[in-house]
Design a protein around this ligand. Structure first.
Ligand SMILES: [Zn+2]
Length: 275
């Protein structure tokens, strides 16, 4: 894989929709030596009720254009094109993100896989959701291709309420695979291959995978090796491969080496950088 740039995401709490704070953030990250910035929808407030807020978009883009960074954009974590009570607003937000990405010159968009089906107990309902997501992604990939934007689907780690569900229901490994395919690379790869769009690929987050395998029992490196050819974007950060427990506060999680704690890559070496 040819590395195009090394970047970091903006900090949502520091920026919080404030243009001056965005400038300060970008100045700081420029001094740090990064060449790529991952923008976030949650830190910039350019969408309101699904629609692009053009005034905010123009103010943001005016700032972005002053730097030499390459830009990528992380879509909202909760965005789900398949399993949502309101699929229309999900598609509308995604389209607004493409429009923003085109305006900002973002080359890559990162979408969290929507293959999370805990409340769907019939195979038919799960398939319907998956098909809805696949159809929407195919159309959105076509739309973003016009702007030269690459769409990527990211693998997930289990959220605390999902871990609670898994434990309380005593789910088997087979149940987990059916109810939470987004924790595995294979189902995402299958979807990417099915859509077969030139500008669609995977974002690999080895940190997410390192936490997922505690639950799924998969092999980290073997899973990655199998699907590496589809990976177009990487979220590199480290953790101890220990999922959180609701008994512990955020700070206590760190004491116990739990959760998606986003340590610098190589701090724990959940994935040896050489491999
Ligand atoms: Zn992500």
């Amino acid at each position: 894989m040819k590395v195009k740039g090394i970047g970091i995401d903006i900090n949502d709490n520091r920026v919080n929709g404030d243009i001056d704070a965005l400038k300060a953030e970008l100045d700081y990250l420029q001094d740090c030596g990064f060449d790529t910035i991952e923008l976030t929808t949650s830190g910039l407030f350019f969408i309101l009720n699904g629609k692009l807020n053009w005034k905010q978009t123009r103010s943001i883009c005016k700032v972005l254009s002053k730097y030499k960074f390459n830009y990528t954009l992380h879509l909202p974590d909760v965005l789900n094109l398949g399993n949502s009570p309101n699929p229309d607003i999900e598609k509308e937000i995604f389209s607004s993100c493409i429009a923003f990405g085109a305006e900002a010159g973002a080359e890559v968009l990162v979408y969290h896989s929507g293959q999370v089906f805990y409340e769907l107990h019939s195979q038919q309902k799960r398939e319907d959701c998956l098909n809805r997501e696949t159809d929407a992604l195919a159309k959105l990939a076509e739309k973003s291709e016009k702007f030269g934007i690459l769409l990527t689907i990211e693998n997930l780690n289990p959220e605390p309420e999902e871990l609670k569900y898994i434990t309380e229901k005593g789910l088997s490994k087979e149940d987990i695979r059916l109810l939470h395919p987004a924790m595995y690379l294979d189902p995402i790869a299958e979807q990417v291959e099915q859509i077969d769009a030139p500008n669609l690929g995977m974002t690999l987050d080895p940190g997410h995978l390192n936490l997922a395998i505690e639950v799924t029992g998969e092999q980290l490196l073997a899973s990655i090796e199998k699907q590496a050819h589809l990976v177009k974007h990487l979220h590199l950060n480290d953790n101890f491969g220990r999922n959180p427990n609701p008994r512990y506060s955020r700070m206590e999680e760190l004491l116990y080496g739990m959760a998606d704690c986003h340590l610098p890559p190589g701090r724990v070496q959940c994935l040896s950088l050489k491999s």
